[in-house]
Design a binder for this molecule. Structure first.
Ligand SMILES: [Zn+2]
Length: 277
């Protein structure tokens, strides 16, 4: 039970994956009893919090019924220990089978980029190699190398790419070993693939919101979906927008969208970053 106003008491209940507040009017006696035993004591806030936490937990558990569990195999990069064999996502049931395939394909493609980067950096054991992704990004990215959680500065785009891919290793591990909250993928009505920027380094769920209409858009090629997915994951890794030319969070996934090739002066950057959120 929780209280909103001084003299109004509510019971918190979960039904069909939603939380409801039920005003305690007809059950006054129960309310008064509870008021005496709990609400007036110093443990009152604690008791309410416990109740709310329990209810929200119940809601969260129930709401996963609206999702399909998607299991993705994780490639094993050289020199990297303790990498889970699989990652798990909870895809909202409203996505079509074709849209589901595109989403799964984009996740696999991002994992492959991460895998290639780590192998190229490992370089047979030196771990000083520069990956194709880092090399391409370094040609164009000049701003915002540092993620929000980093204490020290990041000198250049190669260091930023290495840091981002190492942070992805952490996010992949925590997802695969179920250390972070479940990663849900929900539909959204506008833009493309949305993710919030993580302010912390650990236990960040890889949850996304994806516009299903964009997945059906023929202009949104597989490379573009992969770049858009990487941009969203970079937000999870702690990098911030702006999503325009020169910025790391934009140039790195734009390299992916160009298949790691140099920029073509005939093609405007905006034709790529319009697919970033
Ligand atoms: Zn963004």
């Amino acid at each position: 039970m929780i209280t909103i106003n001084k003299d109004k008491y509510y019971i918190l209940k979960s039904k069909n994956g939603k939380c409801y507040l039920i005003l305690l009017t007809s059950k006054k006696s129960k309310g008064k009893k509870h008021k005496k035993t709990c609400l007036k004591k110093s443990t009152c806030t604690k008791c309410q919090k416990k109740c709310l936490k329990k209810c929200l937990k119940k809601c969260k558990k129930k709401s996963l019924k609206d999702y399909t569990k998607v299991t993705i195999q994780v490639p094993q990069p050289q020199g990297e220990k303790n990498v889970p064999t699989h990652m798990y996502f909870y895809l909202h049931k409203s996505f079509t089978a074709k849209q589901e395939q595109r989403i799964k394909g984009a996740i696999r493609a991002v994992l492959l980029l991460w895998f290639d980067h780590l192998n190229e950096k490992w370089d047979g054991g030196t771990n000083t190699g520069i990956s194709q992704l880092a090399l391409c990004t370094s040609r164009y990215a000049t701003k915002n190398f540092k993620p929000v959680w980093a204490k020290s500065s990041v000198p250049n785009a190669i260091a930023a790419t290495n840091l981002a891919m190492n942070q992805l290793t952490r996010l992949i591990r925590e997802n695969g070993f179920k250390k972070s909250p479940p990663a849900t993928i929900d539909p959204r009505n506008s833009t493309t693939i949305y993710a919030t920027t993580a302010s912390i380094k650990g236990r960040v769920p890889l949850s996304l919101q994806i516009n299903p209409k964009q997945l059906d858009n023929t202009d949104f090629s597989d490379l573009k979906v992969t770049g858009s997915m990487l941009h969203a994951w970079l937000h999870h890794a702690g990098w911030k927008d702006p999503k325009t030319t020169n910025y790391f969070i934009s140039e790195c996934p734009m390299c992916v969208m160009r298949d790691l090739k140099d920029k073509n002066p005939q093609v405007r950057d905006s034709s790529f970053y319009k697919f970033f959120d």
